[in-house]
Design a protein around this ligand. Structure first.
Ligand code: SAM
Length: 287
């Protein structure tokens, strides 16, 4: 597959190609949108999401907690580590604030490239292109199983300078990549392409706290045709091989640098349990 770009900067690009949305089957992006309280989902997504909710009642809290963690991780990288370039794979349906709004809120000159393989995200990509004039954003319709295609996309290379540090964000994505697709190798190929001083930002669903609920949830996704695997702490930690996890290491998202929470963040970091959230999250530095 060729990664298709949607023009960058202020969103004046061409209309996205006419890709089928396949409304009859659930999609991970649209189910996640439902869990976040969004409206870009169809009956099949809501039915599958309702099944998940009966098995894992905390899933809506988990989605919001993950999203709030992403905001803090990006704020940390922009404010404390001076990162100005971001590559976000598995972006999801736009949900404000989007990653570029968080990064450009601190450093307006930040450059962000979004990547997702779901046609519905592509259909909404214009919302991701509303960059501050000092910075740039671009959207690439691509798949993490083809890292080199993503990295070589002209829309990416026009916006990101890969000789300089980039934060690679794989947030709530890799549980949709089963072991036989080689997830560790895919992450390594992406990280290898980044300059020293880059960062990996990664969160992942885990069975560690509530194995029954989370494993049954996986079965709902599988029966809807969505592949994946949830992973233990050790298995998630393996994605950070040869990288230096920043404090506090691989942690549940609601305890990761809660000092960075903003009052306007729509998600609390306090009153949730590890079982409700069932995620591991971490940020690591490439030496
Ligand atoms: C649960 S959402 C996460 C959205 C966002 N990163 C967040 O955490 O708020 C997962 C996203 O990954 C996308 N996705 C799933 N498999 C993918 C793949 N193989 N390549 C690229 N994107 C993928 C889905 O379309 C969906 O938008």
């Amino acid at each position: 597959m060729t990664a298709q770009g949607v023009a960058s900067q202020t969103g004046s690009g061409p209309e996205p190609p006419n890709t089928p949305l396949n409304q009859g089957r659930p999609h991970s992006a649209r189910m996640y949108d439902y869990f976040l309280g969004g409206k870009d989902n169809y009956v099949a997504d809501r039915e599958a999401a309702a099944k998940v909710l009966t098995l894992w009642p905390g899933v809506m809290i988990a989605a919001r907690t993950n999203r709030a963690w992403m905001h803090r991780a990006i704020r940390f990288l922009a404010a404390e580590r001076g990162i100005r370039q971001f590559l976000d794979i598995g972006t999801g349906i736009p949900t404000r604030p989007n990653l570029h709004e968080v990064a450009q809120g601190i450093a307006p000159e930040s450059r962000i490239v979004y990547v997702d393989n779901d046609p519905i995200v592509l259909a909404h990509a214009q919302a991701l292109l509303k960059s501050r004039p000092e910075g740039r954003t671009a959207y690439v319709h691509g798949d993490i199983t083809e890292p080199e295609t993503i990295l070589a996309s002209p829309d990416l290379t026009e916006v990101l300078d890969l000789s300089q540090p980039v934060a690679l964000s794989l947030v709530s994505l890799l549980h949709f990549v089963p072991d036989d697709w080689g997830p560790y190798d895919l992450v390594r190929r992406l990280v290898d392409a980044l300059a020293p001083g880059s960062y990996l930002v990664l969160s992942h669903i885990t069975p560690d706290f509530d194995p029954e609920a989370t494993q049954k949830t996986v079965q709902v996704y599988h029966s809807g045709g969505i592949q994946g695997k949830i992973r233990t702490k050790d298995e998630v930690e393996r994605f950070f091989t040869d990288l230096e996890l920043v404090e506090p290491g691989l942690e549940v998202p609601h305890r990761w640098r809660t000092d960075l929470a903003e009052r306007d963040s729509h998600v609390e970091t306090g009153d949730v349990t590890d079982a409700e959230v069932s995620f591991w999250a971490g940020v690591a530095h490439k030496p």
